[in-house]
Design a protein. Structure first.
Length: 393
DNA sequence: GATCCACGGGAATACACGGATG
DNA sequence: CATCCGTGTATTCCCGTGGATC
């Protein structure tokens, strides 16, 4: 826990002390600098990355594991730490006599949710290797590629690029990633991170090295939750038994466990409780569909899609009885500056992506034609709502 | 001028159902 | 009985346009 949190915690110790002291600490989309309970996985990754310490590139690799197993947490943490350490040593080397040696590689972390095309990939890599800012528009994909090729040609600069969230709906597939990075064989190694088991993937696209990140064991997940709760919630806000129930319910998925914790704390806050009661906990878990789509995915959607989703959550049953009705209602909301046709298209796209689910209305057999469907969120609605509102207030 | 992207809109297609047809 | 057909919706697909950026 950092000092800021400690102080804040002391500050609000009155009778009406809020339960949630630090949203980031209990947010499922925020990763801690040092993920808890993933030591063995870290070791495995460091073994794999060993060549880097001799200024060589490792083989390409595929890191995989189920939802909420800490893949992103582990890899962001690893990438930033390594880059920090190695770039330090890089600057040291430059001032010594060993200036001829190849420089140590740069570490780059790219979220495929945000860089979901070739162009986006080139841009993300360039942007993080170069200090100067890279133009995002008006320059073609070919131009960016040759710029990257220039940068990486010879042995001037190597890079290890981690691409997270490969093979999700709407992100690059492993195959296209392999093809895109195939242009830079000699000077760029990549680590793709995804959920699919290597056996389920096209063999020709899958890199030689596979590293599995298994789901959290029950006790490890309890530790994660306990740590997060003590950083982000008021003291005594949640009992140990409740944490254990949450962990059992989440079944190894840290994302869902945190979403449940967040939701429960939010409900307790709204109800004016000074700790999380049973009803809050139940309600919190109910507000997280299982399986649920990662909030990270929802919160990296383009602004207008998020707006549409946010408005969708405001609709009552009548207004959301069909996709068309929902689109009408959302398009006429004061904050929304989109046509009903566009909102409708967005809603269908979101359902197609699995972020919502269309369920056929079973009643209304009296009406002719194909029956309409209702949209049900497949993500943690309370958490999304709160984080969205915090971000957009 | 080149490039990319988001919007809008409309055409094409899919589906559900009742009724007609063979 | 199985299949086809017409009608009314729902859903998907696709492309032109215009804004923004370089």
């Amino acid at each position: 826990m950092d000092l800021k949190t400690r102080i804040r915690r002391r500050q609000r110790n009155g009778t009406d002390a809020p339960i949630i002291l630090e949203y980031d600490a209990i947010s499922p989309v925020v990763h801690m600098e040092e993920p808890t309970g993933r030591g063995p996985v870290m070791e495995r990754l460091l073994d794999y990355l060993d060549p880097v310490f001799d200024r060589d590139l490792p083989m390409n690799a595929y890191v995989w594991g189920p939802a909420g197993s800490g893949k992103s947490a582990v890899l962001t943490s690893l990438t930033t730490s390594l880059d920090r350490l190695i770039s330090q040593s890089r600057s040291v080397i430059h001032t010594t006599t060993r200036a001829q040696t190849a420089p140590a590689p740069t570490f780059v972390y790219v979220d495929a949710r945000q860089a979901n095309t070739d162009l986006g990939l080139y841009h993300a890599v360039l942007d993080s290797i170069l200090d100067e800012s890279v133009p995002k528009k008006g320059v073609g994909s070919d131009a960016l590629r040759s710029r990257l090729a220039d940068l990486l040609s010879g042995s001037r600069q190597n890079a290890v690029v981690t691409v997270d969230h490969v093979g999700e709906p709407g992100t690059l597939s492993l195959a296209s990633l392999a093809e895109t990075f195939g242009h830079f064989e000699d000077s760029l190694a990549w680590i793709a991170v995804g959920r699919d088991a290597p056996g389920d993937l096209p063999a020709d696209a899958c890199p030689p090295e596979h590293i599995e990140i298994p789901a959290y064991e029950r006790h490890a997940l309890v530790d994660v939750l306990t740590g997060r709760a003590s950083d982000g919630l008021a003291r005594q806000a949640i009992e140990h038994g409740q944490v254990r129930r949450l962990a059992d319910w989440a079944d190894g998925d840290a994302h869902d466990a945190l979403a449940g914790l967040f939701s429960a704390a939010h409900l307790a806050t709204v109800a004016g409780h000074d700790h999380i009661r049973e009803r809050d906990l139940e309600g919190g878990m109910d507000a997280v569909p299982r399986p649920s789509v990662s909030l990270g995915r929802v919160l990296t959607l383009p602004a207008n899609r998020q707006l549409v989703l946010r408005q969708l959550l405001e609709l009552d049953e009548t207004a959301a009885a069909s996709v068309s009705d929902a689109a009408e209602a959302i398009a006429s909301a004061p904050d929304v500056d989109l046509s009903a046709a566009t909102v409708k298209r967005f809603l269908y796209e979101l359902a197609e992506a699995g972020i919502t689910e269309r369920v056929r209305a079973d009643q209304a057999a009296d009406r002719a034609g194909r029956p309409p469907s209702r949209l049900e969120p497949r993500f943690a609605t309370l958490v999304f709502r709160r984080l969205y509102d915090l971000q957009n207030e």
